[in-house]
Design a protein around this ligand. Structure first.
Ligand code: F6R
Length: 248
C-alpha cells in the first residue's frame, strides 16, 4: 500500500525546526487570519525559535492569527511555571504580535473541566476549524495526551497520562511523583479535523513510534497511526527519528 502521509527526512533537529517554521509561516502569509493548532514539549522549540526569527525578518504579522494548543495539565493554572500556557508564552507568543486573547489552551484550573473541554471544542468550531495543526509524538505513539487505547472518535476531554508519559515529564516536575496524572487534551477526532497536520519528531527515542505510526496498522494502541487516514498530513523527521523506517 502506498503511503499517504508525506515524509520529509532532514539532517537534524535544527533543520526540522527550520523547515517546520517555513511551513507554518507560509500558512500565515497565505492566510493572515489563519487558525493554528500548536503543541508543546521539547520537539517544537527549534521550530518556534525559527518561526519568531522568520516572522521578524519577513515582517509577517500574526495579529490576525488564532491558535489552539493541544493540551494542558489538569490542576495547573496558566500562571503555574510548568503549565503549557507559560511554555507557549515563553517560546512563542511573547515574541509575536499575536494578542494573547487569540491564543487558546484548555484551562487546567477550570472549576468544571468537562465544561471547559466542551467550550474549547466550541471555540475551535467558532474560529472556523484549524488550518494547520502542529504535533509531536510520544515514544508510546501518543498525540496530544491521547495515550494508547484512545478511540478514533474521542474529542477534547480529561485523559489520564500513561506511565511512560509521566516518566518523560518527570524532569519538569522534580521527579515523577510531582507530575499531574491527568490532562485536558484535544481528542483524536478534534485533531483529525484540522485541514492540514504537521508532525515533528526528532531523536532516536522516537524512531520506533514513528515507524509504527507510518508503517504499522491503524490501531488505537498507537494513536499517531490514526494520522494515516488524514488527507493532508506530513511528518518532518530528523535522521535519528527516521532510522527505523523500512521504507524511508
Ligand atoms: C505536547 C503534546 C505531546 C508531545 C509529545 C512529545 O503538547 O501534546 O503529545 O508532543 O509528548 O513531546 P516531546 O516533544 O517533549 O518529546
Amino acid at each position: 500500500m502506498s503511503r499517504k502521509i508525506h515524509v520529509e527526512i532532514l539532517d537534524d533537529a535544527e533543520a526540522v525546526g527550520r523547515e517546520a517554521a517555513a511551513r507554518i509561516l507560509a500558512v500565515v502569509e497565505r492566510k493572515p487570519e489563519a487558525v493554528l493548532g500548536l503543541a508543546t514539549g521539547s520537539t517544537p522549540i527549534p521550530a518556534y525559535r525559527e518561526l519568531v526569527k522568520l516572522a521578524h525578518e519577513r515582517k509577517v504579522s500574526f495579529a490576525g492569527v488564532k491558535t489552539f494548543n493541544l493540551d494542558e495539565y489538569l490542576g495547573l493554572s496558566g500562571g503555574h511555571p510548568q503549565s503549557y500556557r507559560q511554555y507557549m508564552n515563553k517560546y512563542l507568543f511573547a515574541h509575536l504580535d499575536i494578542p494573547l486573547w487569540q491564543t487558546a489552551l484548555p484551562d487546567g484550573a477550570a472549576s468544571d473541566p468537562e465544561a471547559e473541554c466542551a467550550a474549547f471544542e466550541a471555540r475551535i468550531h467558532a474560529a472556523g476549524g484549524v488550518d494547520l495543526w502542529l504535533l509531536g509524538i510520544g515514544s508510546n505513539g501518543h498525540i496530544g495526551f491521547n495515550e494508547p487505547g484512545a478511540p478514533r472518535d474521542c474529542r477534547t476531554r480529561v485523559a489520564s497520562l500513561a506511565p511512560s508519559t509521566i516518566e518523560a515529564s518527570a524532569k519538569d516536575f522534580g521527579g515523577a511523583a510531582g507530575v499531574p496524572r491527568q490532562a485536558l487534551t484535544a481528542g483524536v477526532a478534534t485533531i483529525l479535523e484540522a485541514r492540514e497536520i504537521l508532525l515533528l519528531a526528532t531523536g532516536a527515542g522516537k524512531a520506533p513510534a514513528v515507524a509504527a505510526a507510518l508503517e504499522g496498522p491503524i490501531t488505537p494502541q498507537l494513536p499517531a497511526s490514526y494520522l494515516q487516514a488524514h488527507p493532508s498530513c506530513a511528518f518532518m523527521l530528523d535522521r535519528a527519528a527516521a532510522s527505523k523506517l523500512v521504507k524511508p
